[in-house]
Design a protein around this ligand. Structure first.
Ligand SMILES: Nc1ncnc2c1ncn2[C@@H]1O[C@H](COP(=O)(O)OP(=O)(O)OP(=O)(O)O)[C@@H](O)[C@H]1O
Ligand SMILES: [Mg+2]
Length: 280
């Protein structure tokens, strides 16, 4: 593996050599309080994203060892799922706080939803996302579920499926899953403790599936089967997870930075970038 960094631009390089090929800085995909996602392109081969973990606020530099731990942890989990079709190929690490992975040309579900909402404002009378046509294949969410099932087979609770920015619809029409930062691996264990963790794991993975079907309900309500409608409803445990884990996490996060999801904050602050179509 060959990795060179030349011509540093602030925290990230202006060009890199990956597997003997030179890639140039193309643009920043996402830039928020916790990380930087930078796109590197090469005219003749696939593009790569450099994901750099950092705390990009006052005194954030002091937390760099923690950022390095987060990035190392994410890379370890990514390696456990990197061969699953629908997970972008993993590249090498970059320094202590970064790693490369293949760029997927397309749009995230978040971008697709925003586009539809914008169009709806232009065309009166459209009541929901799906009536306007999403461009998603009828089996898009079945394919996404196959990816999520494969992640679960590796004994990993994905935990961040509610974020539409983590699901990409590639230009090939297929779903891709990114961002393994807050995943929780729960390896099989023996004894009575193993029985308990297994039970917890089986409940947690229902939380991931709930989000798959919740997205399907938003984008393709007309294709929901009766069974899927039930899965798109929160179970009791899922309600508790939301109440005792997810909501406190969001509350703490919002104390650190302004109201809204990372995506909302990012898009508000980078309005112009967001309006442009994603091309490599
Ligand atoms: N491999 C990729 N292919 C295409 N786009 C990507 C890729 N990786 C990241 N992006 C873009 O960058 C955004 C942020 O990526 P990612 O979710 O990995 O970062 P993050 O810092 O964990 O963000 P967040 O905390 O908001 O989830 C994605 O929503 C997507 O728009
Ligand atoms: Mg993400």
């Amino acid at each position: 593996m060959d990795l060179e960094n030349e011509g540093m631009m602030s925290d990230y390089p202006s060009r890199v050599t990956l597997y003997g090929q030179e890639y140039m800085f193309h643009r920043i995909l996402k830039d928020d309080f916790f990380s930087l996602n930078i796109l590197y392109t090469n005219a003749s081969s696939e593009s790569y994203v450099l994901k750099l973990s950092d705390f990009r606020f006052v005194l954030g530099r002091m937390l760099r060892p923690f950022a390095a731990w987060i990035s190392r942890r994410e890379y370890t989990i990514y390696r456990m799922v990197a061969d699953i079709p629908g997970v972008p190929d993993l590249g090498p690490r970059y320094g202590k706080r970064g790693y490369f992975h293949r760029f997927i040309e397309g749009q995230t579900l978040h971008e697709i939803e925003r586009q539809i909402v914008d169009q709806r404002h232009l065309v009166a009378g459209h009541q929901d996302v799906a009536t306007h046509g999403t461009g998603l294949a009828p089996n898009f969410f079945d394919q996404l579920k196959t990816i999520v099932d494969a992640v679960h087979q590796r004994r990993i609770f994905y935990a961040d499926l509610n974020k539409r920015g983590n699901i990409i619809c590639g230009t090939d029409g297929k779903p891709y899953l990114i961002d393994f930062q807050i995943c929780v691996p729960l390896p099989v264990r023996g004894g009575w403790w193993g029985g308990i963790t297994e039970k917890i794991f089986q409940q947690l993975i229902q939380e991931d599936l709930y989000h798959v079907y919740k997205h399907k309900k938003t984008f393709q309500p007309q294709l929901m089967t009766v069974a899927e409608q039930l899965l798109a409803k929160r179970s009791k445990l899922s309600q508790q997870y939301s109440r005792y884990v997810w909501r406190p996490y969001v509350t703490i996060k919002r104390r650190i930075y302004p109201h809204g999801s990372n995506e909302t904050v990012w898009y508000k602050w980078n309005k112009e970038k967001d309006q442009s179509p994603r091309t490599s």
